[in-house]
Design a protein around this ligand. Structure first.
Ligand SMILES: [Zn+2]
Length: 280
């Protein structure tokens, strides 16, 4: 999970820009009249983010007294997503928040869409709230669908509010047999609260990260097998260990809990792998 800073635009400014090209004047005026409700929903969302209490946000069927859920979803679908729409500038800026377009939810896929942290079908007041919109790969977007946190431990991590990259928590594990099958697990650092550990594990499950990382690790091992075999045969296991440790250090620069950093840490730490397992 990669921490990010959100775009700084106010929720009402984004909302008013989105609706500014709606041709139906009555509808446009009705939407503009709920501007303060949009600000309130954004304020409540930011407070929930800073206190990790998204699960306490109340779902709602309308915004203000008059704007329906369908009308708010339409603002997002027709005034923010289409390339020629007025709100698309915000959509594109959120898409571009990550380095190399890497998905902040899995740290792996390519960003291709925006994900509503709190689904617009149950929280229409947050449909175009920039703090509720996350750059996401299509797999993460599909994995989460319309799930809503119902307690503190069932909240997936939110890249604008949660930064868990201060300590190492992602670990790769494998048995001493070839081909090496790597599994990934979340292990709680001592400084974390139980709730933080439960949230990270929930995030890991919600986005199927164990399966995805294990599959990527298998490809990575296949790709480095020949090189490591040559290295152990010509220079010995100590050089293999040194090479793997350097890789781990280098990969950690992109996030110490990236799957590659965890993989290379585990490989470098295994005498069996450096002597024998590296040959596949
Ligand atoms: Zn993703």
């Amino acid at each position: 999970m990669l921490p990010l800073s959100p775009i700084s635009d106010a929720a009402d400014a984004v909302f008013l820009t989105c609706i500014s090209r709606i041709l139906n004047v009555a509808l446009r005026n009705k939407l503009a009249a709920v501007k303060n409700d949009i600000i309130r929903h954004d304020t409540e969302f930011v407070m929930a983010g800073t206190s990790s209490t998204f699960f306490k946000l109340a779902s709602h069927d309308s915004v203000g007294a008059s704007v329906t859920k369908a009308e708010m979803i339409s603002v997002y679908d027709h005034q923010m997503v289409p390339p020629a729409s007025r709100g698309r500038v915000y959509y594109d800026r959120i898409l571009a928040l990550t380095k190399d377009r890497r998905c902040p939810l899995c740290g792996f896929g390519q960003v291709s869409t925006l994900d509503h942290y709190m689904p617009k079908t149950q929280y229409p007041g947050l449909a175009v709230c920039p703090r509720n919109l996350l750059p996401s790969c299509s797999d993460c977007n599909k994995a989460k669908l319309n799930s809503v946190p119902n307690c503190a431990s069932q909240q997936t991590l939110h890249p604008y509010y949660d930064n868990v990259d201060g300590e190492i928590w992602l670990h790769a594990n494998f048995e001493k047999r070839t081909p090496v099958v790597v599994e990934f697990s979340v292990e709680k650092p001592k400084t974390w609260t139980t709730i933080t550990a439960m949230r990270v594990r929930h995030h890991f499950r919600a986005f199927n990260l164990a399966r995805v990382y294990s599959s990527e690790a298998a490809s990575e091992l296949e790709g480095i097998k020949e090189r490591l075999t040559n290295l152990v045969d010509t220079c010995g296991a100590a050089d293999v260990k040194s090479h793997l440790a350097e890789e781990a250090k280098s990969r950690a620069k992109a996030g110490k809990n990236s799957w590659r950093a965890a993989l290379y840490r585990a490989l470098a730490a295994s005498l069996w792998f450096c002597h024998t397992g590296c040959k596949g």
